[in-house]
Design a protein around this ligand. Structure first.
Ligand code: ATP
Ligand code: MG
Length: 576
């Protein structure tokens, strides 16, 4: 664990830890009743290496690692690598990187494929005790025989094969005597069970596919339901927490463990994280990548952990968010604004401030000497005095935001307009005097005068201004590319689509806007990829790895406005 333990009593003052979490109650009760004797609490996080982790996985990671840690237990990272066709080393590597980035360290790194020999031995054991049989029905026929929710299934004609015949066929399945799909090994349970998962589930399939770790050693591969519980049992997992869609699989999970008489791990289900405007399915995210709807898995609009990281999200904020949402037994949907709120809260506390003008307009101070430059001492983070100060150059020609000037101000427009006085943040009071226009009538320069007595932005005589604006010195400014991101999907529930339409029809066509002419204060030239800033009055930004010294690229993590905090009736902690 890192020192900012997600289960520490008070998470950055968010109060998140007080959130009810029924999983914690179950573990606490098992500890109290000594259900596992002297054994430590053991959990696992079991991703399939078939894609990159997303924010939904972060919830599972925080639960698996966080709860074990809270009870002095340990967590394994286990790759559930039983589908050789979809799995890749790239995913194995990225998953480890992302779990570490979130702030967690596993006890053991495990692979379900390491257990293939043991799983096979146990399958033999079930065959020998008449609990499993080889079925020659095709996949389609098995489906037809399975019945429906209202009708019982039908026994396969191969269900009554002798133990000897089953043993011979299963061994030959493993030896590679049969083609893909020609036979399967099934558990012999109950074709009339009201739970369809108990109607003689498939345990092994024949697949002559090369596995990224075991190569061509195996041509039969275990199904998820057969591999998962037994892997948990091998690792002596006391609490195997997974999402609610596995609740119907729990009787099967227990059946294998009981038939084999092995370590009694237990499965407990919790609600899957759904976030508005967000798609959390590796399969769908892979489609976005492969169809080039986004630049890559780490496109800053992606809900993947690598995408969020590149966007500027922090592990601390993601953990605080996960702690706050807790876990329950009913699926729901969480507002994306809540995640954003936790991110703003964290960045407000920690991000260095800087001045950046996204849409520059030249401002000339007519009564400021042309050959002069001075340096203003500016706090790096008003929320954190220990962040120190920096020197920001000021001179006669500046850039301000185009939006901060109106030649003809509408009612209640308090920013700069002819004859109006405003404050340049940390600098001086200025009063607009005139404008210069190009031949098309566009304003290209605003001329103003400044009050030398207002240095530091302080009123010299108690007179008030209604607006404070950011600026950068034109002579000292550096240029940068700014990438402004918006929601990737248009609808709160992206899977809400017309008949026959794909979720990708809900993609937001304007989810990124690229600005090339932004002007930044010169200190930002020293930023390194991943560094995060609050551009004052504009938002939170993070330097993108695409940056070069000649072409800085900043991603907007979030604008400043926090709508969730307001909606939730909370005190808004964000910056003005
Ligand atoms: P996906 O549907 O995105 O592919 P998955 O469930 O197939 O997800 P796994 O790699 O099997 O992905 O997931 C590893 C663990 O993460 C599992 O325990 C799973 O229950 C959990 N998990 C996956 N998605 C979510 C989610 N949205 N919310 C909470 N936990 C999740
Ligand atoms: Mg899965």
């Amino acid at each position: 664990m890192t020192d900012s333990n997600p289960q520490s009593p008070d998470l950055h003052g968010t109060g998140a830890r007080t959130q009810n979490n029924f999983l914690r109650d179950i573990i606490a009760e098992d500890v109290r009743t000594r259900k596992y004797g002297d054994a430590q609490i053991q959990t696992r996080f079991p991703p399939e290496p078939n894609g990159y982790l997303h924010i939904g996985h972060a919830k599972a990671i925080c639960i698996d690692f966080g709860l074990a840690d809270e009870f002095g237990g340990k967590t394994n990272l286990r790759f559930d690598d039983t589908n050789p066709e979809k799995e890749e080393q790239e995913y194995v590597d990225s998953i480890q990187k992302d779990v570490r980035w979130l702030g967690f360290q596993w006890e053991r790194l495990c692979y379900a494929s390491d257990y293939f020999p043991q799983l096979y031995e146990w399958a033999l054991q079930l065959v020998k005790t008449g609990k499993a049989y080889v079925d020659d029905l095709s996949a389609d026929e098995i489906r037809q025989h399975r019945g429906t929710l209202t009708e019982p299934g039908k026994d396969s004609p191969y269900r009554t094969r002798s133990i000897e015949e089953n043993l011979d066929l299963f061994i030959r399945m493993k030896q590679g005597d049969f083609p893909d799909g020609s036979r399967v090994l099934r558990a012999k349970i109950d074709m009339a069970s009201p739970n369809i998962n108990m109607r003689d589930p498939v345990m092994y399939r024949i697949l002559h596919a090369s596995h990224q770790r075991t190569g061509d050693q195996w041509c039969i591969y275990p199904m998820y339901d057969y591999a998962h519980g037994q892997s948990d049992s091998i690792e002596r997992v006391t609490h195997s927490m997974c999402t609610l869609e596995f609740a119907d699989h729990q009787p099967l999970y227990r059946w294998y463990i009981e038939q084999l008489g092995i370590f009694p791990t237990q499965q407990i289900e919790f609600d899957r994280l759904n976030i508005t405007y967000t798609l959390l399915s590796k399969r769908k995210l892979l489609q976005l990548v492969s169809e080039k709807r986004v630049s890559a898995w780490d496109d800053p609009r992606m809900p993947t952990l690598c995408g969020l990281r590149r966007r500027g999200f922090t592990p601390e904020a993601i953990r605080a968010f996960c702690a706050a949402i807790g876990a329950s037994r009913t699926n729901g949907s969480t507002d994306i604004e809540m995640l954003e709120h936790f991110q703003r809260d964290d960045l407000n506390r920690r991000a260095s401030r800087a001045m950046a003008v996204l849409h520059p307009l030249k401002l000339v101070i007519d009564n400021y000497p042309a050959d002069k430059a001075e340096f203003m001492e500016v706090a790096n983070n008003p929320e954190d005095p220990s962040a120190g100060t920096r020197q920001v150059p000021f001179s006669r020609e500046l850039y301000i935001e185009q939006d901060d000037f109106r030649e003809l101000p509408p009612p209640k427009y308090y920013r700069l307009s002819p004859g109006k006085e405003v404050r340049l943040r940390n600098a001086y009071f200025i009063t607009a005097q005139s404008v210069v226009k190009d031949s098309a009538g566009n304003i290209v320069e605003v001329h103003c005068t400044y009050d030398p007595a207002s240095r530091g932005g302080n009123s010299p005589d108690g007179r008030k201004v209604k607006s404070t604006m950011h600026w950068v010195s034109a002579a000292h400014a550096i240029s940068a590319e700014i990438r402004l991101y918006d929601k990737l999907f248009l609808k709160p529930d992206p899977s809400d689509v017309e008949e026959g339409q794909d979720v990708l029809s809900n993609l937001n066509p304007n989810s990124v806007e690229i600005l090339t002419g932004a002007k930044l204060e010169p200190s930002l030239a020293n930023a390194r990829p991943g560094d995060r800033f609050q551009f004052e009055r504009v938002g939170y930004f993070c330097l993108d790895p695409d940056s070069t010294p000649a072409n800085l690229v900043f991603n907007r993590t979030l604008p400043l406005k926090d709508s969730w905090a307001k909606e939730a009736g909370r005190q808004q902690k964000g910056s003005k």
